[in-house]
Structures are given as structure tokens and as C-alpha cells.
Ligand binder design. Sequence first.
Ligand code: ADP
Length: 183
Amino acid sequence: MEKITKRRIAKTDLVVLRGDITTQDTDAIVNAANSGLRGGGGVDGAIHRAAGPVIDRECRAYVEEHGKLPPGRAMWTDGGNLPAKYVIHTVGPIYRSDEESEPVLRSAYRESLRLADNLAITSISFPAVSAGVYGYPLDKAARVAVTAVSDCLRQGESSIRLVQMVCFSEASYAAFSRALTAV
Ligand code: ADP
């Protein structure tokens, strides 16, 4: 049976599921990018590989024009060969402490949702930003992610009707499900 945990927040379904973000057919998927937008390991590498060269080109052009993307900010590219129409690239914090890192992680989710609203799309998938090589403790990363997203959805009129938190591992799924139940 496919594993899914679901909550309704205002007009939006917030869903936690196990899966691979590169196969999601939401309007946008979010990439846990690095500031140089050069692709890399983890979910970033998987998205760049699956999307094909178009997002490498757009990322390079963005950095040439605007410079590196700071942690907590977001930009978007085409989805290339992905089922998703757009990739929203955000940079999470490298975990240092809750005081320092939590506001930046919250901002990464908030800025991604703001971009999605600007694009007037209705569905988006997030990975567990910063919870891999950037070292954010999984339970904390999940709690920050779910509260940041639900706060945004409760605050304003959003075009988004579906937000998926796509968990690659069972541990990640368990952490995000717990966070969703507590929110
Ligand atoms: P960060 O540098 O922000 O920590 P990582 O890519 O190292 O980013 O990890 C972020 C999360 O993405 C981790 O929980 C990792 O298990 C997960 N992940 C890796 N590949 C995929 C994928 N294809 N789909 C969804 N999540 C993935």
C-alpha cells in the first residue's frame, strides 16, 4: 500500500508521501540546490540528471546575471524533461544551530511558495530541504518544513491547492508524518 499522510490546511491539501521527487507530476518540484546552482549530489543531482541540460543552462545564466543564490532564497527554471513544468530551486542552510538555521530553512520554504504563487500554479512538491548532506536533524527539519508551509497557507490567499512533501527514505517519511500530525 502506498504510504500517505494528509492534512487539509485552509484550501490546500498538505500531503506527506514516500517517493522520488523527479517522478512527481505536480506543476512544480522544488530542488534543494546549492548557492552556485551547479547541481551536485543527492536530490539536486537527481533533478539535474532527470531534467536534462535546459536547467543547467538556465541556472548558469541566472548566476551570471544575479550572482549566487543565497541560503533562504529561491529562483525557478523550466522543468525540462521532468513531468513537472517548473523546478523551483531553493538553498537551505547548512545546519549549525536552531537559532541560526531555522529562520533560513523557514525562508527557503516560504520563498519557494511565494514563487509558486507568482507562477500561478496549483501544485508543488518539496524534498526534505537541508536534511541530507546539509546536516539538519531530520525531526527538526520536518517540523520546520511543515510549520513553515502550513503558516504560509493559513496566512494568505494562495493559488496552491496541493503541497506534497516527498520523502525518499522511510525515516524521512516517519519524521514528516509525525510533524504533519502535530501541526
Ligand atoms: P541538502 O544538501 O539540502 O541536505 P540532499 O540532497 O543531501 O540536500 O538531501 C535532502 C533530502 O533529499 C534528503 O532527505 C535525501 O534523502 C532526499 N533525496 C535524495 N534524493 C531524492 C529524490 N530523488 N527524491 C526525493 N528526495 C530525495
